[in-house]
Design a protein around this ligand. Sequence first.
Ligand code: FAD
Length: 419
Amino acid sequence: MKKVAVIGSGISGLSISRMLNNRYQVEIVEKNPKFGGLIKCERINGILFHRVGGHVFNSRNHMVLDWFWKHFDQEKEFLKATRNAKIVLLEKLIGYPIENFLYQLPEEKMKVIVNELLELLKENNTDSYKNFKDFLIGNFGEELYKLYFGPYNSKIWNTDLAAVPLQWLDGKLPMPKLNEVILSNILKKEEANMVHSSFFYPRRDGSQFIVNRLSEGLSINCSYTVESISVQADKKLSINKNDKVVDSIVFCGDVRELHKIIQINDNALQHALQNVSGLISNGTSNVLCETDENDLSWLYLPEDKFKAHRIIYTGNFSETNNEGSKRKTCVVEFSGKHAETEILEELKLLPGNLKALAFNYEANSYIIQHQTTRKDIALLKSLLKPYQIFLLGRFAEWEYYNMDKCIEASMELEKESFN
Ligand SMILES: Cc1cc2nc3c(=O)[nH]c(=O)nc-3n(C[C@H](O)[C@H](O)[C@H](O)COP(=O)(O)OP(=O)(O)OC[C@H]3O[C@@H](n4cnc5c(N)ncnc54)[C@H](O)[C@@H]3O)c2cc1C
């Protein structure tokens, strides 16, 4: 059997490895002491800590769902929940998505917003947006942008929204039509067709359960950092100076690091690697907390007066997540790196009498795409392919993937390059 090295043991690496495992000799290498990448969790005195946000699963792609449910017993091992998200705005709790709950805003704000929406409906100017900011204003009007979309997105992405290309949104934000928004507000219709309006969540151990199951039977070598990849005369690939020799490599790590790792004398390739080495990502600080009871799944915090941007009520996803605590538990997410002392002060501003239990900073959480990113990554993929090196996953392809998209990308890679 031909040998494949999969670099990185996140959902992308685990998925492609399972897909190839019967036909290839697959080894996953992972620089972290534990496998699972962003979706791994740990127990803190019995309480489940999603170290990066909180991971729930769903997909619109039936092939992805079919593949996923081949590995799990949906009835016995998962809970199905409906999203119950709210937004803290102007000292009130407003429903999510905000455009469906405009009637909960103060009357004077609502009047301005509705007038703007009606103007936009008349203009019907849908195709001319140049960037993310333009798009948000064009879809929701200036007032709603100022109140919610601008501050929330600027906080989470920590970048100039006018520099973010529109292609970034492809398939990620199901955009409501304006007449639907107006109807939703009259009929008080709640979110229905968002990807995560309902979701699946493991009965035990959150996304760590997914990691554990998908890793069964795979060969995974943890605490192993790939520092170099070169090509031998027989075209086989040498990892870390002949420590491993393989026929193909699936790289699921950070594409910005590849220019240091790939030691192949190919000017076009080296140029393409340099081209993506300066891409920008955002980190997040995540805090596991105890909280007062509520029935929410997510609470969004767009206003500048809060440094945190979201609370994920992981303790409401499954009761077993709260084992070890008398109270409910949640994860508070802050964009960027914050000192623990600063976080403790910030928690006092948030609802729920939060008590911090554990902290984690993840340097690589959100990717930022620029105008040429997709083109640059596509070129790099085409230059790596002849060497049998493939890019897969959120940070290797620099795409805003959720878990389901990582599985979908694994399926596509298998079909295109390993059949
Ligand atoms: C805050 C937050 C909340 C989210 N919530 C959800 C959600 O609810 N539902 C959902 O579906 N998705 C969610 N996502 C998205 C999801 O986390 C990602 O899509 C997914 O985890 C990406 O997996 P990956 O395998 O591509 O990358 P990663 O998980 O980053 O895995 C890459 C792995 O490669 C390893 N590696 C890198 N370089 C090397 C090297 N040189 N040698 C060896 N190993 C290396 C890394 O250590 C890492 O383990 C969320 C993301 C964030 C940030």
